[in-house]
Design a protein around this ligand. Structure first.
Ligand SMILES: [Zn+2]
Length: 147
């Protein structure tokens, strides 16, 4: 489970345009523009030596990052996408994600952990919110969503 989470984090960082531009996610357009221009200079083919670490970062990526983040609409879209990917990465840490209905339907099976332990979820525990239930034996947990 932890491995899944780590993998997601790696996948995420490879296409996080804020990381490419080396700015905070809260950076203003001016801050991003300054960084973008600085990066273009730094990554200019005339300046980058082959053994330079920064050669791993391509000018194309920096230009793409700037295109996406400098436009309010596409930045908003990317922010939403990032949020979604983070939620998914978080979900990778759960042994099982089910809705309350699914649990009601198949209590016996869904309450069983792969270690042989049990997720101690009762009908009364259902709420409007997401409920996280730990296994009574190991460190795994399930997530029960209201819908
Ligand atoms: Zn368990």
């Amino acid at each position: 489970m932890v491995v899944n989470g780590a993998l997601s984090a790696i996948n995420m960082s490879t296409s996080n345009w804020y990381d490419v531009l080396e700015v905070a996610e809260t950076a203003s357009k001016d801050e991003m523009k300054a960084k973008y221009q600085e990066l273009l200079l730094r990554l200019h083919p005339d300046k980058v030596k082959e053994e330079d670490e920064d050669a791993s970062k391509s000018v194309e990526d920096v230009i793409k990052a700037w295109k996406i983040l400098s436009d309010a609409d596409s930045r908003r879209k990317f922010d939403a996408d990032l949020k979604l990917r983070r939620e998914k990465a978080e979900d990778a840490n759960f042994f099982r994600i089910i809705t309350f209905k699914e649990w009601q339907h198949d209590k016996e099976d869904l309450s069983l952990c792969r270690c042989g332990g049990e997720f101690d979820f009762e009908e009364d525990d259902a709420s409007e919110d997401v409920v996280i239930v730990d296994c009574d034996t190991c460190s795994l947990a399930i997530k029960v969503t209201p819908y």
